[in-house]
Design a protein around this ligand. Structure first.
Ligand SMILES: [Cu+2]
Length: 459
């Protein structure tokens, strides 16, 4: 190489480096978190005003305003997510958590989202439900090239319609969504008074298949998930929805699992006021206490939180309010298994029998350490209430309505203090005790099949 050529290359090299540095500085810093708690509201300090949403066990992504464009930076990367105290999962997500942060913008905003891929494989982001230029729709191969590991892509579009949206990859979807890649997107109305509420919550329905004793979801599971989650959390790890008595609440829910979820609220009626297509006209709404949310759908429900108390709010499929331990075992009600559970759990570490009197017996057994759980595994039915075991897991939380609650206070106010004589209670009866007969234990020589429970077959 002659000297002249070398100099030219050198100059070209410097120029290229300078351009790269400018390009790097042009990308806003990516904010990340390792926290799985509900973050305080992100109050807008630039751009048009709006009333922010509270992301259940999540947070909203700060932006940078540049030439009147809202700039966000998402990083697709492996993350550690606490599913509930006692269990951590190795997932893929955005900016340190799964789901990724909620993106909040205002109708008419110009939005620019930088997406950096730190995954071991290519990805893309589809902005589910948005009106946007076709080339910004994020479908790998169809509307853009995949974002390869190490690359950063830029999406830019106007947030044309107010409402509830989601984002998720449209590249190796089955794997990436089973690993937890998804997030919520809220486009607030231009007029902050339009559809105004006092508290606005959002979360996604998602599901994982993590074998007891392991940390990584199985990604080719279609229906047999064993962890049914609100924003990648199970009860009792899910924050309560809190309200001051008389406040108007909105709860926005998006479904990115592979089955529908009838979401049910106790003690109040609500109306579906928003769907994935926009706001529901007043004349088209009707009151209900359960709304079924199909795969890929978003629903916003609204109600006045006027009944004091701790009200259950959950998916009504009972298998979706249980955690990972087995579902595939015979009904053992009436069969004495004295001593067997201990023997079996030594042979098969994740063996889980059904109790002689029902499933709740099992919760008590594992509690007394009579039957140890595998590492990094949650009991199937857990959670403690002020009156005892709640025997719930999965897609379950509470709506806590209190007489007094500060405007932006989203903390758990603790147990409801019931007024005197307002709790169901035992009364004396003079009925004879119920007699129960024990089924005999199998004779020796009979082969006993121990089933290793781990999935939720066919539901
Ligand atoms: Cu469900």
């Amino acid at each position: 190489m002659d000297r002249r050529h070398f100099l030219q290359m050198g100059v070209a090299g410097v120029v290229a480096t300078t351009v790269n540095k400018v390009a790097l500085a042009a990308i806003p810093d990516a904010v990340t978190t390792d926290n799985a708690m509900t973050a305080p509201l992100l109050m807008p300090n630039t751009g048009r005003p709006y009333r922010p949403v509270a992301t259940l066990n999540g947070w909203s992504l700060p932006w940078r305003m540049k030439n009147n464009i809202k700039e966000f930076h998402l990083i697709a990367e492996p993350v550690k997510r606490e599913i509930a105290p006692g269990m951590v999962a190795n997932l893929w997500g955005y900016n340190g958590q799964s789901p990724g942060p909620t993106i909040e913008v205002v109708e008419g905003d110009m939005v620019r989202i930088y997406v950096t891929n730190k995954l071991p494989e290519h990805t893309s982001i589809h902005w589910h439900g948005q009106r946007l230029p076709n080339g910004m729709d994020g479908v790998s191969g169809l509307t853009q090239a995949s974002i390869k590991p190490g690359q950063t892509y830029m999406y830019e579009f106007e947030a044309r319609r107010a409402g509830t949206f989601m984002y998720h990859p449209h590249a190796d979807e089955m794997t990436q969504m089973a690993m937890g890649m998804m997030g919520s997107w809220i486009t607030h109305p231009k007029d902050p008074k339009f559809m105004a509420v006092d508290r606005d919550y959002v979360f996604l329905l998602n599901a994982y298949d993590i074998e007891p004793g392991s940390y990584l979801p199985k990604t080719n599971t279609m229906l047999n998930f064993n962890l049914w989650t609100f924003n990648s959390r199970v009860f009792p790890g899910i924050s309560p929805i809190v309200a001051k008595q008389g406040e108007k609440l909105r709860v926005r829910v998006g479904n990115l699992t592979m089955t529908n979820h009838p979401i049910h609220l106790h003690g109040h009626e609500f109306e579906v006021t928003g769907t994935d297509g926009g706001w529901v006209p007043k004349t088209a709404r009707w009151p209900e206490v359960t709304t079924d949310i199909a795969v890929g759908q978003m629903r916003a429900v609204e109600f006045i939180a006027n009944e004091l108390g701790d009200w259950a709010f959950h998916c009504h499929k009972s298998h979706h309010t249980m955690n990972a331990m087995g579902h595939d075992f015979p009904n053992m009600i009436g069969v004495s298994q004295k001593g067997l559970a201990n023997t079996f759990s030594k042979l098969v570490p994740d063996y889980m029998p059904m109790g002689k009197t029902g499933m709740s017996e099992m919760t008590e057994m594992s509690e007394m350490m009579d039957m140890p759980l595998p590492e990094n595994t949650l009991p199937m039915m857990m959670g403690k209430g002020q009156f005892g075991n709640l025997e719930m897991g999965g897609m379950f939380t509470t709506l806590k309505v209190r007489k007094e609650l500060a405007k932006n206070d989203f903390k758990d106010p603790g147990d409801y203090q019931h007024p005197k004589n307002s709790v169901a209670k035992q009364v004396a009866n003079d009925l004879p005790p119920v007699e129960r007969v024990d089924a005999p234990m199998p004779e020796s020589g009979i082969e006993i099949n121990v089933r290793k429970p781990m999935d939720h077959m066919n539901h």
